[in-house]
Design a protein around this ligand. Sequence first.
Ligand code: PGA
Length: 251
Amino acid sequence: MRVPIIAGNWKMHKLPEEAVALCRDLIPRLGKLDDREVVLCPPFTALPAVGEAIRGTKLSLGAQNVFYEISGAYTGEVAPPMLKALGVKYVIIGHSERRQYFGETDEMVNRKMQAALDHGLLPIVCVGETLEQREAGITESLVKSQIEQGFKGIAEGYAKEIVVAYEPVWAIGTGKTATAEEANRVIKVIRETLAGIYGNATAAAMRIQYGGSVKPGNMAELMGQPEIDGALVGGASLDAVSFARIVRYDD
Ligand code: PGA
């Protein structure tokens, strides 16, 4: 059984004290969390404060990006051991905003995955098509290629711990969601691609999230799909009430 994983991607929001206030508001609303995993991904500058605020809870800490070198003259970058030292467990890699605004390629995503895994961080690797690519009918081949390039050379021993997020770019922050069936269909293609690399048993154990305008009102339907194992939530994760409702979608 795959344990659902719901991650809040706070993007470039929240000063440390605001982040702590959000955690304080959120934690009592979440319930027991026995059968699901919840990850908070604040900006780098709020990682220590959020790490402290969630200490002793079942929540995990995640970062939104990482560099693939371990140290050196890379002004402005953050290395995997630096995140590890702050208690970070997960790291979002290859988010479409990184690909779109910061020129991240599949090759960089692959190097970041390897570096993160080698230093004990678990990637949440994002794939997904733009509207143009969807309209051109290349959604499936595109996500297949993003997965194949992203996972190139990544050892099978690591694969089960990696989370994939399928995020259609046109659904991010737009209020448009893929229908649950459509998201399920593309996620099935992703799982088949992973099965082609690691075999059926490993692919069946890997968690694949949906992301893109996830809200309390559409989460239960998404989670009702057999291939969808959780969500990567942007906007709605900045509001304690909304995010708690998303986490407790089956209450
Ligand atoms: P959204 O963002 O929920 O605001 O659409 C999702 C994401 O970018 O991970």
